[in-house]
Design a protein around this ligand. Structure first.
Ligand code: FE
Length: 353
């Protein structure tokens, strides 16, 4: 009997606790819905330190706290879809125009209604319906060992498939969004057959099976594993400004080529941000988008991440400015998503791990 009373008491206590917890959930949720909390939940697939530094500056100025939820872009979109109206996501941040377009198509975003964002970001780097805006651009270029390569042999992405580069080409795996979008751009520009020929040619010229990220390819050039690599511009900037002396020394030995200047132009991609469809803290989220695309936020981004800013009023390191003005591929970066499946198949057939 005593035992039963005790158990009954315990059950009552637990259910009171559960009810209290649920009420406080609902209260919290209501508060969020009302936008009273000084918080923004950022679902981000970007993995750069600089983002957190910019978020901290935003918090310092506005008192709005930023809570980052990290994952791959696919995971985050899937979670936002699954959680629907219950989602705590205010913003979705990712690299890659195709991914941003995918987020829009998945129905997890809503249009960003902000005159400031329209002023800050040229239309070419924004979704035409306003579902996302670019925050930076980056180009995928060729780098080479200055001591053993004549840059004239490196005029284009296609040149890398020639006999001259047998066993000399370094590049990361095909699971990288950067490579997937690059190949997708070739499918868009030249058709599937030419794109497949390119991938096969690169695989034939691999210095080693793909491993590591873009920076690791530079380290491999320094170690003479290969002579040329395909990589994103900002990683070169990061290495040239690194406190790590080995990275710095490796980067100093590199020459840079913006390929295809006489033909189809260099591949450029973006990083961007979208407003979640059910953003519980919409007003605060809009403030953050405006800060990130504004001249000061953009200057911080360019100075610390070495990506190109999208806001023409932003400042940037002189050498980064000197890289501007190259000829870009005439492709709609958001539209590249339509070629992703084909790109994956081509990589697989070509044996590009
Ligand atoms: Fe990156």
């Amino acid at each position: 009997m005593k035992q039963r009373v005790k158990r009954g008491f315990l059950l009552a206590a637990v259910s009171t606790l559960l009810v209290t917890v649920c009420l406080s959930c609902a209260g919290k949720r209501q508060e969020e819905l009302a936008g009273n909390r000084k918080i923004v939940n950022v679902f981000t697939a970007r993995h750069y330190q600089v983002d957190s530094a910019i978020y901290q500056e935003f918090t310092r100025r506005t008192g709005i706290q930023i809570h980052e939820v990290k994952g791959t872009a696919e995971e985050l979109i899937e979670r936002m879809e699954r959680e629907g109206e219950r989602s705590s996501a205010d913003l979705f941040v990712s690299v890659d125009g195709g991914i941003l377009h995918m987020a829009k198509e998945s129905g997890v975003l809503q249009p960003i209604e902000s005159e400031a964002v329209k002023r800050n970001v040229p239309a070419e780097w924004r979704d035409p319906d306003g579902y996302w805006t670019g925050i930076s651009t980056r180009s995928r270029v060729l780098v080479y060992a200055k001591d053993r390569v004549n840059p004239e042999d490196l005029s284009s992405y296609e040149a890398l498939t020639g006999e001259r580069w047998r066993g000399k080409v370094l590049v990361r795996s095909s699971s990288s969004l950067y490579n997937r979008s690059l190949l997708a751009s070739f499918i868009g520009l030249h058709g599937e057959r030419e794109a497949a020929k390119w991938a096969e040619g690169i695989v034939r010229n691999f210095a080693r099976a793909p491993e590591g990220g873009d920076k690791d390819q530079v380290m491999a050039i320094a170690a003479k594993v290969g002579d040329v690599a395909i990589m994103n511009t900002y990683y070169i900037g990061q290495m040239l400004n690194s406190n790590d002396l080995t990275e710095l020394e490796a980067a100093k030995k590199l020459g840079i080529v913006f390929p295809n200047q006489q033909t189809t132009g260099t591949h450029v991609n973006i990083s961007g941000i979208g407003l979640s469809k059910h953003a519980p803290n919409k007003e605060n989220a809009l403030k953050l988008i405006e800060f990130l695309t504004g001249a000061e936020g953009q200057t911080m981004l360019a100075m610390m991440s070495y990506e190109f800013p999208v806001n023409a009023e932003a400042d940037m390191p002189e050498w980064l400015r000197s890289w501007q003005g190259f000829k870009r591929q005439p492709v709609d970066i958001a539209g590249l998503g339509q070629f992703y499946e084909q790109a994956k198949e081509i990589f697989q057939r070509a044996g590009w791990e």
